[in-house]
Design a binder for this molecule. Structure first.
Ligand SMILES: Cc1cc2nc3c(=O)[nH]c(=O)nc-3n(C[C@H](O)[C@H](O)[C@H](O)COP(=O)(O)O)c2cc1C
Length: 176
C-alpha cells in the first residue's frame, strides 16, 4: 500500500511529527511504502476561489500544490497530521485542504483511506471537539474511509506525549 503522510506542523520534528513517526515506523515494518511531506518545506499558496480549476481541472497557483495533489491522488492511504491551532488545523494543513478544491471529484472517486493525527497542549474534553467535527465532515464530503484517528491531548511538546498515544500510533501503522 502507498501511504502518504502530510506533516502539517510548522515545527519540523516536534509533537505531531513525533507522534506520526511512530506510525511510520510501524507502517514500514509492515512493508508498506511511505512518503512524507513536510508542508512547511513546500511552496503552497492559498486557494483564491477564482474557479479557474472548474474550466482547466488544475489550480492556477504556480507552486508545489499540484504535485502534492497528484501524490494524494496516487496514494492508497492519506495521513493528515497537525498541531491544534485555535481548535482547528494549522494554517499549513488548511491551505492544503482548500487546494483539494481543484481535484474534488477525483479525490471523491479515489475513495481514499484516511488517518488523522492531532496534538494539543490542552487536556480538557473540549479541546478536540471542533477539529474532530472537521475531520468527520471532511471524510464524508470527500468520500474517504477513515481507518484511524489519534487526538493527543495534554501534548505541548514531544516530552509531554503520553506513551499510550505513541504506542497507539505505532500499532495503527503495524496493523494497516
Ligand atoms: C498559534 C497556536 C495556536 C494554538 N492553539 C491551541 C489550541 O487551540 N489548543 C491547544 O490545546 N493548544 C494550542 N496550541 C498548542 C499546540 O497545539 C501544541 O503545542 C502542539 O503540541 C504543537 O504541535 P507541533 O509541535 O507538532 O507543532 C497552539 C499553538 C500555537 C502556536
Amino acid at each position: 500500500m502507498k501511504v502518504l503522510v502530510i506533516k502539517g506542523s510548522p515545527h519540523l520534528n516536534e509533537t505531531s511529527s513525533t507522534l506520526v513517526n511512530q506510525f511510520i515506523k510501524g507502517t514500514k515494518e509492515k512493508g508498506h511504502q511511505v512518503e512524507e511531506i513536510y508542508l512547511i518545506k513546500t511552496s503552497l499558496h492559498p486557494c483564491l476561489g477564482c474557479d479557474r480549476c472548474a474550466l482547466t481541472n488544475s489550480c492556477i497557483q504556480n507552486d508545489d500544490g499540484n504535485e502534492i495533489l497528484n501524490k494524494i491522488l496516487n496514494c492508497d492511504c492519506l495521513v493528515l497530521t497537525t498541531p491544534v491551532y485555535y481548535f482547528g488545523v494549522s494554517a499549513q494543513l488548511k491551505t492544503l485542504i482548500d487546494r483539494f478544491y481543484s481535484k474534488n471529484s477525483e479525490i471523491n472517486h479515489r475513495h481514499l483511506k484516511v488517518i488523522y493525527m492531532a496534538a494539543a497542549y490542552d487536556s480538557s474534553d473540549k479541546v478536540m471537539e471542533a477539529i474532530s467535527a472537521h475531520f468527520d465532515i471532511l471524510t464524508s464530503y470527500l468520500n474517504m474511509e477513515e481507518v484511524g484517528r489519534i487526538l493527543a491531548k495534554g501534548a505541548a511538546s514531544p516530552a509531554n506525549l503520553k506513551k499510550e498515544y505513541l504506542l497507539e500510533a505505532y500499532e495503527l501503522g503495524k496493523n494497516l
